[in-house]
Design a protein around this ligand. Sequence first.
Ligand code: CP
Length: 354
Amino acid sequence: MTERVATTNRATTGIHEGCLISAAQLDVAEVSRILSLANELESMGFKKRAKVLEGRRAALLFYESSTRTRTSFELAAKQLGATTTLVSDKSSSIEKGESLKDTGLTLRALGAECIILRHPSSGAAEMLARFTGLPVLNAGDGWHEHPTQSLLDLRTMLSHGLGGELGAAGQVDSRTLAGKTIAIVGDILHSRVARSNALLLPKLGARVVLCGPVPLLPDAAEEIGPGVSVERDFIATLQQSDVVMMLRIQKERLAGLELDLAEYIAGYQLDEERLKKYAPKALVLHPGPIIRGLELTAEVADGPQSAIEEQVHNGVAIRMAALARALGGKKVGKKKKKDDDSKPVEKKGKGERK
Ligand code: CP
């Protein structure tokens, strides 16, 4: 194990070059590589795919609850032939007070070659990367970032034709989303998903409109980066949107904020009437978990404009690409030979809405 750590390929920044900590670290060429790799891995026969990370070891280190991210990372690693182990704050020595650093070093000593981390503190993923020298994949750190979520959101938009044929094929550039407006609505303040999307999508030419009331969306949010603006009026936001991404109201993070939920629902809930009247062609996204009856209604969540389940589905391909990128998987990103075996994984909803 010591030998493997010593030979770990480190980037000049001091963290492993396979890390995925922030959407900000990705230039458009790298985004294109990840999207193309996701397509390649998804369409590979399952036997060939299971050799990509055969025998490699990934640890999932989760200090917060998760359904989508944890499961999709685990399924992605297993489809690539890697073994996984889950360490949760609820059933490990973290409960006894073991630090993030010591937990990371312990996982490394046990043979983990990559750590997928979810943590309530912003910056935890980068710290873990520096402590261990391992590739760390940020599965959500506090209010900071959730980069694989923004990549799977982008893949979902592209599969609905927002970036044309090239975009759907995973080939993107700085004009792929030119002229498109993506609204992100709700609890922006606490949202790592909003931040990662606001950093990622303008790199492809999109306008990102952040919408919500002052307690959940400070004016300073416009400073996230170029191409990002703040709009308080939900109807005006809907009228200009090609994509409406609704966010969960994070009740667990509302303490001390002056927010009346009934007023919030009156002003910002996405219901069928508003959607049909003001954004009848927009794609509706939500990173989940959704709270039906709060930020959106059940009719909208289950309706024809919703691509929420497709987002979840796209998580597996994106996370396969993130893992292969992190661990330098075999036989990926190269010209395909005639494939070995069987059926590729079913690809849901490509170019069509449910
Ligand atoms: N989107 C997302 O991060 O969901 P989970 O919290 O279920 O992983």
